[in-house]
Write a protein that binds this ligand. Structure first.
Ligand code: HEM
Length: 460
């Protein structure tokens, strides 16, 4: 399109822009209510000027597809365009999640075989085993923090499948991950370079997070050194045996960054998705009953295995709907280096595209009654009618989550195994407050009461 025919991107100006800036500065995490209001008022491509940095909020599925798929080469990972680390590169360096095109490609190629269908299926028994181990600790009528439990079990699963190691460091890692995310998100919502104490405090926090994360890497490498006699086919072996284009072993930071990326990205998101699934089931007893009916019919009180999954379609629909209504990753960003266009609008270089997954998942144009939890939206005939990019908990295009099938299988097995034996109801009277950093988790413990279920005998 000729540059002269391009439209300027609409967005709040003057006082309205000041008010938006204020809301961004004050928010803990991403201020999705403010973003939602901007999208409603200004449409599919909206411009925000946050303390001098331009964010283009792109909320139309066709345009999102353009960014993720058709013109993927033009839009960069957010660390690009700065000579200093930004956002998650503070912690994950140039690993597979954060690297831009050229650096990313060989890493994806290296790790992809671990995520092929057959390979993922070989992880199913581990998922079932850890799910069963968790509920063995649950006493009838007791209270549990469901978020802590989901974090623990998913961390055990990622440690066992990718690193063949046991782990009990959930709390330590969780605190470091939250602080790391808060630092990264503040670089989007409060991009002003403050001096003095603020700079020192930020550097101190980054160092602290990295120390905590490094201790995880040291632990996993140490575990491997102590048990090096066994043949393995996991991520750690793969990374440790990798050589560069000259046949030399890859650097320590290559190994470190990818261990951490897979360890953190590989459990925290699934833990949050399952936490919200249990929350919404507790809020919607009739949906929970439908789930129990399916589980009782197929499992009759036992744990779920890989072979059961095709017979548990409603359970999968519940997982998918939980990831729609509260997507574990609520937004994604891409960096624009040079002036360009999108959807007939002029976009200026050195700015950021912001894909508000949460808003798209709650857009009444694609979802009727978007704030209602309704797994029937994911019946196959309903899914077939929908734009592919109206639902994107895993992003899309070549950078789509490498662990999406792993995560779906894990969510399916864990929800089935747990709900087959236990009913989960809310123990707190107050509503949980979702904090939307890079991932979305409840601000405080999400306490639930767990009650053993007697499977209802279902006549064939
Ligand atoms: C419900 C669970 C999960 C959700 C919602 C989720 C979400 C996402 C999203 C949205 C992205 C795209 C990031 C971007 O485009 O900037 C991503 C990338 C990634 N995810 Fe996941 N993820 C989940 C589970 C997992 C699991 C289980 C693993 C590993 C076993 C994993 C590993 C990764 C990695 C390595 C990337 C970077 C891929 C690349 O850039 O090539 N994720 N994830």
């Amino acid at each position: 399109m000729a540059a002269s025919t391009l439209r300027e991107v609409p967005g709040p100006r003057g006082l309205a822009s000041l008010a938006t800036n204020w809301k961004f500065m004050r928010a803990t995490g991403l201020p999705h209510n403010t973003i939602q209001q901007v999208v409603r008022e200004h449409g599919d491509v909206a411009r925000l000027n946050i303390a001098g940095h331009i964010l283009y909020i792109v909320s139309n599925p066709d345009l999102i597809q353009e960014v993720f798929v058709k013109r993927v080469q033009e839009f960069h990972k957010p660390g690009v365009g700065s000579d200093k680390p930004r956002l998650l590169t503070h912690f994950l360096g140039d690993g597979i999640l954060t690297a831009d095109h050229e650096n990313w490609r060989p890493q994806r190629k290296l790790i992809q075989p671990l995520m092929h269908t057959k390979q993922i299926e070989s992880y199913a028994d581990t998922m079932t085993r850890f799910g069963e181990r968790l509920i063995q600790q649950w006493q009838h009528g007791s209270q549990r923090d469901i978020h802590a439990d989901m974090t623990q079990v998913t961390m055990e699963i990622i440690a066992a499948t990718m690193f063949d190691a046991p782990t009990d460091s959930a709390t330590q890692v969780q605190d470091a991950v939250k602080l790391g995310q808060a630092i990264a998100v503040a670089e989007i919502t409060q991009p002003i370079e403050l001096g003095g104490w603020f700079v020192r405090k930020k550097a101190e926090n980054i160092r602290h997070v990295n120390e905590q994360l490094d201790s995880v890497v040291q632990y996993l490498l140490e575990e491997r050194r102590m048990n090096s006699d066994k043949e393995r086919n996991d991520l750690l072996t793969l990374l440790m045996n990798t050589t560069d284009e000259n046949g030399k072993p890859v650097s320590y930071s290559f190994i470190r960054n990818n261990i951490l990326t897979l360890f953190v990205a590989g459990h925290e998101t699934t833990a949050n998705s399952l936490t919200w699934a249990f929350y919404y089931l507790a809020k919607n007893p009739q949906i929970a009953e439908k789930l129990y009916h399916e589980l009782d019919t197929v499992l009759a009180g036992r744990a779920a295995t890989l072979a059961d999954l095709p017979h548990l379609p409603y359970t999968l629909m519940v997982v998918k709907e939980a990831m729609r209504i509260e997507p574990a990753v609520s937004a994604l960003t891409r960096y624009i280096t040079d002036d360009t266009e999108l959807g007939g609008y002029r976009l200026q270089g050195d700015s950021t595209i912001f894909i508000p997954i949460y808003q798209v998942h709650h857009d009444a144009r694609w979802w009727s009654q978007p704030d209602v939890f309704n797994p029937e939206r994911f019946a196959p005939e309903e899914e077939a009618k929908r734009h592919k990019y109206a639902y994107m908990p895993f992003g899309g295009g070549p950078r789509v989550c490498i662990g999406n099938h792993f995560a779906m299988m894990e969510g399916h097995i864990l929800l089935a195994t747990i709900a087959s034996r236990f009913k989960v109801t809310l123990a707190d009277t107050h509503e949980p407050e979702p904090i939307r950093l890079i991932t979305t988790f409840p601000r405080h413990a999400l306490n639930v009461t767990v009650e053993q279920r007697e499977p209802v005998k279902v006549l064939a």
